[in-house]
Write a protein that binds this ligand. Structure first.
Ligand SMILES: [Zn+2]
Length: 350
């Protein structure tokens, strides 16, 4: 494993906890307990956004990363004891058959798995959500009741973080616990006396369901500048090479020039002057930076600028392979470089 990576064990704990939209408390708890003792201002708003304030002079800067991850919710318990589910966020259907899950009940965690036809009987028809059922090892509704399973319980991938190759980490929920991890590293590394800004590190809720969760935090903070930190697509696997832009793992964080989910009224463009300035800072500091223009996604930063009275907004991304699957994969050098870039940004005039 790459020797410069600051804290694999923290990222392991951050990605292990469940945190589907609306149930982010376990993630918030780990973040709170990982903050350095010098942090004195840490609060949670009524929606669940965790806000860490590092007071300083100058403009208010809000850095935002979302705590929630995609998952599943139990919709119906069948007489046979199998569960019918609905998706919470854009969970990959293709990655589901044959995968291992954790079911989170009021009694705690239960091991679960997704049904998959024996290869011999597979008709190779396209997969639909109605083909997906969850096996919890029960044979009747009565058994599921005894196990404490209810409609409304949620499931997450059972896919612990692992490192592989020299630079890669892979597992569930790197989108966007990596962003949370990056903000925690900033809280540890920043010296308030070097700051040119009044800084708010914001760990937001409910991005995967409708992008909007951070809005209540932005309304309270009233930032002048907002920087979102989240995952984006990498197009460096043989199936996606040349598909949209040239984002690759290991070539640095990405500066987002545009994203959009067509037909969903979700699209982001940054404040142009701020984006140009950040590109200059990266160049001056010799930090690799890739250019991102993607469709098929948007992130939590999209609604924030409208809430915060037109604050200048920017989005920096960590390229990820296999988004919204149990094997989301990142290059730790990109994580290291985004931390360096954010520190440089906070010490420059924007
Ligand atoms: Zn995300």
């Amino acid at each position: 494993m790459y020797k410069n990576f600051p804290d694999f064990e923290l990222l392991e704990r951050l990605t292990a906890v469940p945190g589907v939209p609306g149930r982010e408390e376990p993630t918030a708890e780990i973040i709170r307990s990982s903050l350095p003792s010098k942090i004195s201002e840490c609060s949670v708003d009524r929606l669940g956004n965790l806000v860490v304030h590092i007071p300083g002079k100058g403009k208010r800067v809000m850095l935002a990363a979302h705590m929630d991850e995609v998952g599943l919710i139990v919709q119906r318990i069948l007489p046979s004891g199998f569960l019918k589910i609905e998706r919470l966020g854009g969970t990959s259907l293709r990655a589901m058959p044959g995968s291992r899950l954790s079911l989170w009940t009021s009694n705690g965690r239960i091991s679960a798995q997704v049904v998959v036809p024996p290869q011999h009987l597979d008709n190779n028809e396209p997969l639909k959500l109605t083909d997906i059922f969850i096996d919890v090892g029960a044979s009747s509704i009565e058994e599921t009741t005894t196990m404490g399973i209810s409609v409304g319980d949620v499931l997450t991938w059972d896919s612990p973080l692992r490192s592989f190759g020299e630079f890669f980490v892979s597992g569930k929920a790197l989108d966007d616990r990596l962003g949370c991890f990056i903000l925690i590293q900033l809280a540890k590394q920043i010296k308030p006396q070097d700051l040119k800004y009044d800084l708010y590190l914001t760990f937001t809720v409910q991005e995967e369901s409708m992008l909007m969760g951070g809005v209540t935090a932005a309304r309270a903070i009233k930032p002048d500048i907002i920087i979102g930190i989240d995952g984006t697509f990498a197009f460096d696997t043989p199936d996606l090479e040349g598909n949209q832009c040239d984002l690759r793992l290991g070539n640095g964080p990405a500066l987002k020039w545009m994203d959009a989910i067509r037909g969903k009224l979700a699209s982001f463009v940054p404040n142009h002057k701020l984006a140009i300035k950040v590109r200059e800072i990266a160049l001056k500091e010799n930090i690799p930076l890739q250019d991102e223009v993607v469709t098929g996604m948007s992130t939590a930063v999209t609604p924030l600028q409208y809430t915060a009275e037109g604050a200048a907004a920017l989005a920096l991304s960590v390229p990820l392979r296999y988004h919204h699957t149990p094997i989301e994969t990142a290059d730790v050098r990109d994580v290291e470089n985004i931390i360096l870039l954010l520190k440089a940004i906070l010490m420059n005039d924007l």
